[in-house]
Design a protein around this ligand. Structure first.
Ligand code: ACO
Length: 311
């Protein structure tokens, strides 16, 4: 029986069809998906903090309303992804508990501080740009609810990226001080953005299996290269440079060559020792604890509604 189920699963994957929540799946597949989707959901929720930092200080009402809407979208993405994880049998309260106790990861990028308003633009352009590069292929991920969630998330991320680029274009047409602020911000975010794609392929323990299961469609290095290639013409159009002396077009490979990110910094950040790890988790824990009464009230209210509808 279980051999038949395994065969059906293998054929479904080989035929590029989707696995749905009620289908049989190997335990490793389920675990890998819960790990990746939970990490992704946590990233969206923690990712609200760096930009949220600028909502009260946005330079105009227009920029403030755009930023508010964007941060709200990230919350939506997080909830969407937690729901996808629930279809695999995960419990949202348990995932949150794992996040705030440091037992589950979230993206390294959100442990860097947002020091100037230009960071809001650079996060839109480079961080959301890297997220799109990584997530568009996930729309074809073999697990149905994850792939479908990614379609909407990518549409919104693409909008976010454009607003970031538009913000930077506006600043680049402003004063020298504004142009310097944009360049300084790009210098700080470039390498952390490249690290978002994860460790190099030969140090990535999960890639091979995740590619065989068609959860991931490309390796970390393939996507990093794609991101570098697409970002360089955008930087030229904007009038900024990236802080990498090794960036150069390689005619033979028909790709840009680029330098090596500082992987010791990446490891330190994901082990909890980045500039803002403690602050991010402290804020998330406080929000969770302060929201306890809302969850209790909502649970009691839902139970009463159920009782009422049964009468
Ligand atoms: N930040 C934090 N942890 C990371 C990062 C990163 N940038 N990259 C890799 N890791 C972790 C992995 O989770 C894994 O840890 P674990 O085994 O303890 O879970 C470990 O480093 C080794 O990495 P890989 O074997 O390469 O892991 P994986 O195959 O899961 O690939 C990747 C990592 C590319 C991030 C993948 O999980 C993915 O595509 N996730 C979905 C996208 C996502 O989460 N984006 C979040 C940021 S985008 C945003 O929110 C705007």
């Amino acid at each position: 029986m279980s051999e038949d189920l395994q065969e059906l699963f293998d054929t479904t994957i080989a035929d590029d069809q989707r696995i749905e929540p009620r289908d049989w799946m190997p335990e490793g597949y389920r675990k890998t998906l819960i790990r990746q989707i939970a990490q992704h959901a946590h990233s969206e929720i923690i990712g609200m903090q760096p930009e949220g930092n600028w909502i009260t200080r946005a330079p105009s009402l227009r920029r403030k309303s755009i930023l508010l809407a964007k941060v709200q979208d990230e919350a939506g993405h997080g909830l969407y992804l937690y729901s996808a994880a629930e279809t695999l049998g995960a419990d949202r309260a348990d995932l949150t508990a794992k996040l705030i106790s440091g037992r589950q990861k979230y993206s390294s990028i959100f442990n860097y501080p947002t020091l100037t308003f230009a960071d809001v633009g650079v996060i839109g352009w480079l961080v959301d740009g890297a997220a799109i590069c990584n997530q568009v292929p996930l729309c074809r991920s073999s697990f149905g609810p994850y792939g479908r969630a990614m379609i909407r998330v990518c549409k919104e991320e693409s909008f976010h990226q454009r607003q970031g680029y538009e913000l930077l274009m506006t600043m680049m047409q402003g004063t020298d001080a504004q142009r310097e602020m944009v360049q300084e911000s790009v210098d700080r975010w470039w390498w952390p953005a490249l690290m978002m794609f994860g460790p190099p392929d030969d140090e990535s323990p999960n890639t091979e299996q995740s590619m065989n299961w068609r959860i991931k469609r490309h390796t970390n290095d393939e996507l990093r290269q794609r991101f570098v290639d697409m970002s360089i013409p955008q930087a030229e159009a904007l009038g900024v440079t990236f802080p990498d002396p090794n960036l150069s077009w390689n005619e033979e490979r028909r790709h840009y060559d680029f330098g090596e990110p500082d992987w010791s910094e990446f490891r330190a950040v994901i082990e909890g020792n980045g500039a803002c790890n403690v602050e991010r988790i402290t804020n998330r824990r406080a929000a969770h604890e302060n929201g306890a009464w809302v969850r209790e009230a909502a649970t009691v209210f839902a139970a009463r509604e159920r009782e009422g509808s049964q009468k």
